[in-house]
Structures are given as C-alpha cells and as structure tokens.
Design a protein around this ligand. Structure first.
Ligand code: SF4
Length: 236
C-alpha cells in the first residue's frame, strides 16, 4: 500500500470516529496543563490526575509554586514516578515562570524548552493542546503506533525523526488531533506487549498486522474499502 493511501485511511477513520479527541489529563489553564504534563513523564495520566487536585490546591499559580521548595512539593507528588526529580523540576519551573515569563506559560517551543523538566515532547504537547499549533509530541504510544501502522519509515528511529515524518504527511490543521488519536489508540488498542488486533478496526491497512500478525494467525488482513474524507463513510 502506498503511504499516501495509508495516511488517507488513518485520517478518514479517525476523523469519522473520533472527530474531537482530547487529552486525558485534567487541567483548567496552561499552568495546570504544564504541571500535569511534567508529572506525566513515565507515568500514567490516571495517576497524574489523582495527585494534581491537592497539588494545585496548594500551589494554584506559578507564584505559589515559585515560593515553594522541592521538599514542599514532594509530598504532593510522591506517588508518581520519579517524584524527587519532578519535585525539583516543578519548583524550578514555578520560579522560571515568574522570573522570566511574568508568571505566564510561554507560547513557543523554544521558550518552553528552557523550563526545568520540559523537553521537546512536553513543549509540543503544551503548544498543541493550549494553542492548537501543528506540533506533534511523540511519546512512547505515538512512536510505537505510527511505526506499526506504517505511517513512518523503519529508518525513523528517534522521536524527532518520527515527529518530522508525521508532520510532513498530516495536514497542519489535523496534527493536534492526530497526536491524540495515536496516543489513545496506543493506550487502549495497540498496546505495547500484546496489541489487541482482534478488536482493532485498522487491520485492513496496518503494516504490522499484514507483515507479522496475519502471518502468525494465518488470517489475511481485511479487504480495505477505499473511502474519502468527503464520503463520510468509515472503513469497515
Ligand atoms: S491491527 Fe494490531 S498492530 Fe495494527 S494498529 Fe491495530 S492493534 Fe495495532
């Protein structure tokens, strides 16, 4: 299957079935989102959502966080992964937001990446979710699913290479949505160890299914029914 057709199937299916995907992190403003995204590194959104209410009640603004030490932040986040490092990052992040950005979360990837605990992935999530900018944050789910579906070449072996490959092919206005589509599909269907191909609607054009799973199961991929975005029909 040509890659353009693969992207067409991807966009057609998800725009039809998940037209308005959203992050599963709970947040009310850009400050709360960046705190949640920093905490979500190597941790589940569910776990993060359990700790943020008390954390943000104690430190409701960047100024409150800026006035806190890592030791004061730690008890609120002790149940997430790497709490020591994240407590230091959050205290530093609060200080830099106040000292360098007037207490506001900056809107560019370059500025965001200056903040403690904020790498390219976190910066991309913030500009994508808050500002709807065409930034593709590549986490473990996006990386795995885009490879399995065959959306990116095998030579894309780093998150940055995957990001660039996806951004090249997906229409700008759909990039923030595509980020969520890939994450949610990876979280609930195309899971890491044992992808749930039996209940996946994408077997008809998934590269991994065609090359690996169908051969193991001796079940050929379903016939792909070609559709267009205009048709509004979902692939079977
Ligand atoms: S068919 Fe299987 S490998 Fe392919 S996207 Fe679906 S769950 Fe993942």
């Amino acid at each position: 299957m040509r890659q353009t057709e693969r992207y067409r199937q991807f966009i057609d299916y998800f725009t039809t079935h998940f037209p308005e995907p959203e992050t599963e992190l709970t947040y009310a403003n850009p400050y709360e989102l960046i705190v949640a995204v920093v905490l979500s590194a190597q941790c589940t959104d569910k776990r993060v959502n359990l700790v943020t209410p008390a954390l943000l009640a104690q430190f409701p603004t960047p100024a409150h966080l800026a006035a806190a030490s890592a030791e004061e932040v730690f008890p609120f986040i002790r149940s997430v992964s790497y709490p020591n490092n994240k407590a230091k990052h959050l205290a530093g992040l609060g200080r830099m937001l106040v000292d360098d950005f007037g207490g506001e979360v900056p809107a560019t990837i370059e500025e965001l990446q200056r903040l403690p605990g904020v790498g390219r992935k976190t910066a991309n999530v913030v500009v994508s979710v808050v500002h709807n900018q065409p930034a593709m944050a590549v986490d473990t789910h996006v990386f795995r699913v885009s490879h399995r579906l065959g959306l990116v070449p095998k030579t894309a072996t780093t998150p940055l290479a995957v990001e660039k490959a996806l951004v090249r092919q997906i229409p700008e206005e759909l990039i923030p949505k595509a980020h969520h589509w890939l994450i949610l599909h990876g979280r609930y269907v195309c899971v890491a160890r044992q992808p749930k191909c039996g209940s996946c609607p994408l077997t008809g054009w998934c590269k991994y299914y065609a090359e690996v799973v169908s051969k193991e199961l001796l079940v050929p991929p379903k016939k792909v029914i070609k559709t267009t975005l205009k048709s509004g029909k979902a692939p079977k």
